[in-house]
Ligand binder design. Structure first.
Ligand code: SF4
Ligand code: SF4
Length: 96
Protein backbone atom coordinates (compact mmCIF):
# COMPACT_ATOMS: atom_id res chain seq x y z
CA UNK A 1 0.00 0.00 0.00
CA UNK A 2 1.39 3.43 -0.91
CA UNK A 3 1.68 6.22 1.62
CA UNK A 4 -1.20 8.35 0.27
CA UNK A 5 -3.60 5.39 0.25
CA UNK A 6 -2.57 4.51 3.79
CA UNK A 7 -3.13 8.12 4.92
CA UNK A 8 -6.59 8.20 3.32
CA UNK A 9 -7.47 4.89 4.94
CA UNK A 10 -6.34 6.14 8.36
CA UNK A 11 -8.35 9.33 7.92
CA UNK A 12 -11.43 7.31 6.99
CA UNK A 13 -10.99 5.04 10.02
CA UNK A 14 -10.72 8.14 12.22
CA UNK A 15 -13.87 9.69 10.72
CA UNK A 16 -15.78 6.42 11.05
CA UNK A 17 -14.98 6.19 14.76
CA UNK A 18 -17.35 9.09 15.49
CA UNK A 19 -20.52 7.88 17.19
CA UNK A 20 -22.44 10.92 15.87
CA UNK A 21 -23.85 11.73 19.29
CA UNK A 22 -23.62 15.45 18.56
CA UNK A 23 -22.47 16.30 22.07
CA UNK A 24 -19.32 18.05 20.87
CA UNK A 25 -21.66 20.33 18.86
CA UNK A 26 -23.67 21.42 21.90
CA UNK A 27 -26.49 18.91 21.67
CA UNK A 28 -26.85 18.77 25.46
CA UNK A 29 -27.21 22.51 25.96
CA UNK A 30 -27.37 24.99 23.07
CA UNK A 31 -26.74 23.14 19.79
CA UNK A 32 -24.93 24.58 16.82
CA UNK A 33 -27.40 25.76 14.19
CA UNK A 34 -25.80 23.32 11.75
CA UNK A 35 -26.36 20.26 13.91
CA UNK A 36 -29.13 18.11 12.48
CA UNK A 37 -30.61 15.38 14.66
CA UNK A 38 -31.94 12.57 12.51
CA UNK A 39 -34.92 10.29 13.16
CA UNK A 40 -32.59 7.57 14.46
CA UNK A 41 -31.19 9.99 17.07
CA UNK A 42 -27.81 10.30 15.36
CA UNK A 43 -26.46 13.66 14.26
CA UNK A 44 -24.97 15.13 11.13
CA UNK A 45 -23.46 18.51 10.38
CA UNK A 46 -25.02 20.23 7.40
CA UNK A 47 -21.78 22.12 6.63
CA UNK A 48 -19.38 19.33 7.51
CA UNK A 49 -16.85 19.96 4.76
CA UNK A 50 -16.59 23.67 5.57
CA UNK A 51 -17.32 23.52 9.31
CA UNK A 52 -14.16 25.08 10.72
CA UNK A 53 -14.26 28.64 12.00
CA UNK A 54 -16.94 30.82 13.53
CA UNK A 55 -20.39 29.30 13.86
CA UNK A 56 -23.56 30.17 15.75
CA UNK A 57 -25.68 28.26 18.24
CA UNK A 58 -29.46 28.04 17.96
CA UNK A 59 -29.79 30.73 20.64
CA UNK A 60 -27.48 33.03 18.66
CA UNK A 61 -24.17 32.69 20.49
CA UNK A 62 -21.01 32.68 18.37
CA UNK A 63 -18.31 30.09 18.92
CA UNK A 64 -15.43 28.59 16.98
CA UNK A 65 -15.89 25.12 15.50
CA UNK A 66 -12.58 23.30 15.86
CA UNK A 67 -11.32 19.80 15.19
CA UNK A 68 -12.25 17.22 17.79
CA UNK A 69 -8.49 16.66 18.19
CA UNK A 70 -8.19 20.16 19.66
CA UNK A 71 -10.73 19.64 22.45
CA UNK A 72 -10.09 16.07 23.58
CA UNK A 73 -8.37 17.34 26.74
CA UNK A 74 -11.37 19.53 27.65
CA UNK A 75 -14.74 18.78 29.25
CA UNK A 76 -18.07 19.56 27.64
CA UNK A 77 -21.64 18.46 28.46
CA UNK A 78 -22.06 14.85 27.39
CA UNK A 79 -18.37 14.34 26.65
CA UNK A 80 -18.50 10.86 28.19
CA UNK A 81 -20.24 9.60 25.03
CA UNK A 82 -17.44 10.71 22.72
CA UNK A 83 -15.73 7.81 20.99
CA UNK A 84 -12.55 9.83 20.51
CA UNK A 85 -12.36 10.75 24.18
CA UNK A 86 -12.68 7.06 25.04
CA UNK A 87 -9.85 6.24 22.63
CA UNK A 88 -7.77 9.16 23.92
CA UNK A 89 -8.13 8.20 27.56
CA UNK A 90 -7.62 4.52 26.87
CA UNK A 91 -4.41 5.38 25.05
CA UNK A 92 -3.24 7.65 27.85
CA UNK A 93 -4.31 5.19 30.55
CA UNK A 94 -6.55 7.72 32.27
CA UNK A 95 -10.25 7.98 33.09
CA UNK A 96 -12.90 10.48 32.04
S1 SF4 B 1 -20.42 23.45 12.32
FE1 SF4 B 1 -19.09 22.43 13.81
S2 SF4 B 1 -20.18 22.61 15.78
FE2 SF4 B 1 -21.65 23.03 14.13
S3 SF4 B 1 -22.65 21.05 13.73
FE3 SF4 B 1 -20.95 21.28 12.28
S4 SF4 B 1 -19.22 20.24 13.28
FE4 SF4 B 1 -20.77 20.64 14.87
S1 SF4 C 1 -18.77 13.95 20.80
FE1 SF4 C 1 -17.30 12.61 19.76
S2 SF4 C 1 -18.50 10.82 19.10
FE2 SF4 C 1 -19.96 12.48 19.58
S3 SF4 C 1 -20.29 13.54 17.60
FE3 SF4 C 1 -18.63 14.60 18.65
S4 SF4 C 1 -16.77 13.66 17.84
FE4 SF4 C 1 -18.45 12.27 17.38
Amino acid sequence: MDYLTMQLQKEKEFENACGRCGNCCGRQEDPCMHLLIQADGLCICDVYFSRGGMQKTRSGKFFECVSIRDILHLDWPGNWTCAYKKLYFAKNNASL
